[in-house]
Unconditional design. Structure first.
Length: 403
């Protein structure tokens, strides 16, 4: 089985930050599966403007180049995996289109021809196209594939960054609904976006439990540390955090992750409160050790149409790290573990932190938390379930074609 992957994040981002996202985890486990022969990861095309602003090369730096021409490179990552980079010398058009360029770049003949040429060079046949980028849907009908699979990661039609391009996202979702051979969704609510498709399945996020063994706190400390891990975006409710800082002055609040939004609010909190720190981005390789200082993990997310489409990956990693979790009542956190405590109001959120802190290391221990995790939530089991769906979809499509 050959698989073409258009991930939401590209391979260069995975190597720079660590393989920490859903698309990265699934790739890592797909390549380990004996049913998979070859994998081609197609990175998002890079423009001249992006090269200048980010001061980085358009392709992966490697000594193991399978094929290269002026603005196309196929890099061999390992025995099974190849990665395609394409350069587009656009500058003014990217400035004009802004985020819309993320959609239009996949319509370029140079991109389409480059992908098809790569598939021929790599001798891909009867491939499964696993598409995780909702901006790249236009490429589906232009490249050769046997099975089209869409993996819906959050509802980008309601993402704050996509307000100007919401109609394009909805158009792409409609195409997926009517044309995908198989749809996977990260959350149950996302199934509702695809009302017409008959082969859609909820496959939630997962975790490699052993990876977080070093995140367990080695020693008890008198001062309780409350921790948040992940990208700090609009979804984080800093009004709630400020209430916590006021009511829990003896608790330290630690944020591990890049500040992508609400930077002014974060600076204000740091200025006015001594019990909060923002440590910035942590490479995934270093994350377990960085999480050792956390006693109680939190998910202080706003409840809105975007968070209702999510299935917080951090929740599974918190539990694997042996941390009790206090969360707002966002989608995807209930019925996972008895050590996930959901709050309906800011006051209840604060009360739950206090309650959990009193039971830490006695009634609530890391061993009990880790033992509460259902084995089905491992990335290995999630990936095996997806591969079974690949096989079922392939067989059903072949059967229909032979009728």
């Amino acid at each position: 089985m050959d698989i073409i992957i258009l991930p939401f994040h590209d391979y260069k981002k995975w190597t720079n930050e660590g393989f920490r996202t859903r698309d990265a985890h699934l790739y890592e486990h797909l390549k380990r599966n004996s049913d998979i022969d070859k994998i081609l990861i197609i990175n998002r095309p890079v423009s001249l403007l992006e090269m200048i602003i980010k001061k980085q090369n358009w392709c992966i730096k490697s000594n193991n180049i399978f094929y290269k021409e002026q603005s196309l490179q196929i890099t061999q990552i390992d025995e099974k995996t190849f990665c395609l980079d394409i350069f587009i010398p656009d500058f003014l058009r990217v400035i004009k289109e802004k985020k819309q360029w993320w959609f239009s770049c996949f319509n370029y003949p140079k991109v389409v021809n480059g992908i098809n040429k790569s598939l021929k060079l790599l001798k891909f046949k009867d491939s499964i196209l696993l598409l995780q980028n909702p901006m790249a849907i236009s490429i589906v009908r232009k490249i050769e594939n046997r099975i089209f699979v869409f993996d819906a990661i959050d509802n980008w039609a309601v993402h704050p960054q996509m307000k100007q391009n919401r109609d394009l996202i909805l158009k792409n979702y409609s195409y997926v609904d009517h044309n995908a051979d198989l749809i996977l969704t990260v959350s149950q609510n996302l199934l509702n976006i695809f009302p017409n498709n008959k082969n859609k399945h909820w496959v939630a996020n997962g975790v490699d439990i052993d990876y977080f063994a070093h995140a367990v706190k080695p020693n008890f400390s008198q001062k309780i540390t409350i921790g948040y891990v992940g990208k700090i975006q609009e979804r984080v409710d800093f009004d709630l955090i400020e209430k916590c800082l006021q009511k829990l002055p003896n608790f330290q609040f630690l944020f591990l992750g890049p500040l992508y939004a609400q930077k002014r609010k974060a600076r204000e909190l740091t200025k006015h409160y001594k019990n909060i720190k923002f440590l910035g981005d942590i490479h995934y390789l270093d994350l377990p050790n960085a999480m050792q200082d956390i006693d109680i993990a939190i998910i202080p997310h706003k409840i809105d149409s975007f968070t209702s489409s999510m299935n917080p990956l951090k929740l599974y990693e918190y539990l694997a790290a042996g941390k009790p979790v206090v969360s707002t009542k966002v989608a995807g956190v209930n019925s996972i573990s008895q050590y996930v405590f959901e709050a309906n109001t800011p006051a209840e959120f604060i009360t739950l932190i206090e309650k959990v802190s009193k039971e830490l290391y006695t009634t609530i221990t890391a061993e009990k938390i880790i033992s509460s995790i259902n084995p089905d939530v491992t990335w290995s089991n999630r990936t095996n379930a997806i591969i079974s769906l690949f096989h079922d979809t392939y067989r059903n499509k072949l059967s229909q074609e032979n009728k």
